[in-house]
Design a protein around this ligand. Sequence first.
Ligand code: PEP
Ligand code: CO
Length: 450
Amino acid sequence: MDDWKPSSWRSVPASQLPEYPDAAALNAALERLAKLPPLVTSWEVERLRSQLAEAASGRRFLLQGGACAESFDDCRPEVITGKLKILLQMSLVLTYGLKLQIIRVGRFAGQYAKPRTEIHETRNGVSLPAYRGDLINRSGFSEEERRPDPELLLRGYERAALTLNFIRSLVEGGFADLHHPEYWDLDFVQHSPRAREYQRMVESIGDSLRFVETLAGAQAGGVSRVDFFASHEGLHLPYEEAQTRRVPHRAGWYNLSTHMPWIGMRTAVPGEAHVEYFRGIRNPIGVKLGPAMTPALLRELVELLDPGRDPGRLTLIHRFGRERIADALPPLIDAVRASGRTVLWCCDPMHGNTELTGDGVKTRRFDSILSELEQAFEIHEAEGSFLGGVHIELTGDNVTECVGGARGLSELDLGRAYSSRVDPRLNYEQALEMALLVARTTAKRNGREI
Ligand code: PEP
Ligand code: CO
């Protein structure tokens, strides 16, 4: 690729990057980071890319989920297993409804840097730099805490490594074994309004599995060990650059801080730093598409980011909101088709549906999220395309951040267990319910009743 280097982005305009008061301290931290071992390997990255290529041609489905912003405090076993459990349960339900293998990609082990629309936050007349995620500054409201601190880059790298290490051990050790879905039960699973429906699916899958194994006289391949991949928004380009490496026996450069970085909506701008950095790495990449994306811009983006037309390279994650998707999506599907590419289309039904309550609390309505997702399936089908993935902000905890769902959470509940520092997430029950409803409507669309 021409004269691209991991640092090429430095010579074009950049947005959403923090300004560090001490450049020498930043460079020292980046030098240390560049010498540390990679967090993922190119083999894993290539395996994900080939699975995404299958999803782009309708043979798998992508489930990408996790917190809006991971916090360093969340690097705890119960938070990590909670996230794995809900992703496993959702993927089981989606497999059942969609009759497709699910690719599980967490928004974890590095989702520590956030873009901000407002670069300052004002409280009681005091204005300070906005909190930009634990990788950059601290959430407390003082000048000291909001100052970007380069040491946090190393703390973030370490926590990402600890998180991945624990996830790999759990998965290797049999935690994700389809023969034992009871490993993934969360304490409150039996109290969920949808618990029976879920249990029924689990039993039915167990029956099918035993049936196949009896016929084959062996354990069904691939069910005792599943893959989990990591992803995060590739926002903090100095951090990403420090972990961008060449590997033996393969061409090009890999970002080895995660399997699948994505470009956020605010930085998906041709000619700017994030697109410049992403165009040169070999990883499969995601691109968020919001209401400001035009067909012409998208054409330009896909040509820049996927010059080789590599299957699995591009996942386009659209996030318009329930009111806008019907108008916004079809022209973009046409634009990609006109470019002659096969991309993986994924719906993020969260970010276009954020609202503020009367008290100024950020929330999202379960019904709006579900509506955007169901519309996405239908629009793709009507356009002769198909939706191959879903991108969700969720947690395995019993938080109260989004309203609605079977338990009928209302705005009054938001004060009870709201712990997200950035966007509201579906809690465990709401996330599972979303998967159940999507599974059911997809099965129905395909003439099956579940
Ligand atoms: C996010 O995924 O948390 C996010 C900020 O999304 P977007 O770039 O789509 O606004
Ligand atoms: Co978010």
